[in-house]
Design a binder for this molecule. Structure first.
Ligand code: CTP
Length: 403
């Protein structure tokens, strides 16, 4: 559920800090990466050793490590996190946050974090009800920080009232809920192909093309960012994927790509075929290097299976199938032909006539073709932005199946 999500937890000096290991366990079980920052006083309530064992990361308290002199950058931490959860947050830390004070690593990171921040106060009931505390909470909410209200019950002081840290399961659900809102594709399975295929002639030569795989990889990432479970079938590409939330199957030939697609297509809600599959392969694969004098006279080739058309034939109504078309002339007519002949829901059209589009560029210029609609033409953009446009258009297609 939270695979690939990065959660920063800030712990302040409150007895409720003993509940944080339970929150961490829930987040880790859901697949999140968790980094803990503590105020010096928090270390008296729960040991950094417990927290670093659970998170599998060193716990950060100071601006730098006195042992090896390494600097803990609050800027890097703030940029790393998808969410910053302060739990438990004391009246003192909230007062400092409201005033913009940054006298420890936890607070400095509050100021530099760009991600959404949740704060879960915990304290004695009189401290919680004090007008200063209530004013500070209001001010923090005005800054856009999300309050996870404390609950009522018996407090560590023996008094009864509001001030108990919300239960770990409820805090976990709030974090989960936040990610779900931003994940319209949660529960959807997606299959994406990317890269070229190489069709071997002999041990040293192959038939292939200039595709780098970048466009398809960006589409896979954009789908995963919106919550989809993505299976990427990637041809020979030199791009190293640093994205742990995408399942990657590496293939070399069109035959291997076909096999991987056949295996995954039936369970896939959305399939995007961005690979530049080689159209021909040698009829005979020589196990020895062929002499060029023999090759000049005959290199017999046969068409590869059109993977997209094969999947189009067995596509069910609840599935969406998106293909790419790379054209040099009569672009819209040819791409529209592929929309119907391959039984697709959308075609992403690239024209090699557009500067900065197609293979080997960091940018692309596309038109999106859907049935019975005029093509939607997009300006030249980075492939990451183009991928987002494609995924937004997929979401806008009415027939997105239920996950
Ligand atoms: N495709 C495929 N299997 C092939 C060839 C192409 O799955 N053997 C898919 C590509 O992934 C792409 C789409 O078909 O999504 C269009 O590829 P393109 O090369 O533009 O078109 P072709 O159908 O091969 O037609 P042509 O080369 O005649 O334009």
């Amino acid at each position: 559920m939270l695979k690939g999500k990065k959660i920063l937890i800030g712990i302040t000096g409150s007895i409720a800090a003993y509940k944080v290991p339970f929150i961490i366990r829930l987040l880790k079980k859901a697949g999140a990466e968790v980094q803990v920052i503590m105020t010096p006083m928090a270390c008296d309530f729960v040991t950094p050793l417990t927290l670093s064992t659970l998170t599998e990361r060193p716990v950060l308290v100071n601006f730098f490590d006195k042992g090896d002199g390494s600097w803990h950058s609050h800027v890097d931490l703030g940029l790393w996190a998808d969410v910053y959860l302060l739990a438990p947050v004391s009246a003192n830390t909230m007062a400092k946050m409201a005033a913009g004070i940054a006298d420890n690593l936890l607070l400095t990171t509050v100021l530099s974090a760009r991600c959404p921040l949740f704060f879960a106060p915990a304290m004695d009931l009189d401290m919680y009800q004090h007008p200063t505390t209530q004013d500070n909470i209001k001010r923090l909410q005005e800054y856009g920080y999300e309050l996870i209200e404390p609950t009522q019950g018996e407090l560590a002081s023996g008094l009864h009232g509001f001030g108990r840290l919300e239960e770990p399961e409820v805090i976990f659900q709030r974090i989960l809920g936040f990610f779900d809102q931003n994940r319209p594709l949660a529960g959807k399975k997606c299959l994406v192909t990317a890269g070229p295929t190489y069709e071997p002639i002999d041990p040293v030569r192959f038939i292939g093309n200039h595709s780098t795989g970048l466009m398809g990889i960006e589409v896979a990432k954009a789908l995963a960012d919106l919550g989809a479970e993505v299976q990427l079938v990637l041809g020979p590409s030199s791009i190293q994927l640093d994205n742990s939330i995408i399942n990657v199957t590496r293939v070399t030939t069109s035959g291997e790509m076909l096999e991987a697609c056949n295996k995954n297509f039936d369970s896939s809600d959305i399939t995007v075929m961005a690979a530049a599959v080689a159209d021909f392969r040698p009829v005979v694969l020589s196990d020895k290097k062929m002499k060029k004098s023999n090759m000049v006279h005959s290199l017999e080739v046969e068409p590869t299976t059109d993977i997209l058309a094969t999947l189009g034939k067995r596509k069910q109504n609840h599935q969406l199938l998106i293909g790419f078309a790379l054209e040099t002339d009569d672009e819209v007519a040819h791409a529209t032909g592929k929309l119907t002949s391959k039984n697709l829901d959308m075609v992403v059209l690239n024209s090699l006539n557009d500067a900065g589009a197609g293979f080997g560029h960091a940018t692309n210029k596309i038109s999106l073709l859907t049935r019975n609609n005029d093509p939607v033409v997009f300006p030249l953009k980075s492939k990451k932005e183009v991928a987002r446009d494609i995924v937004n258009a997929i979401i806008a297609l009415k027939e997105i199946p239920k996950g």
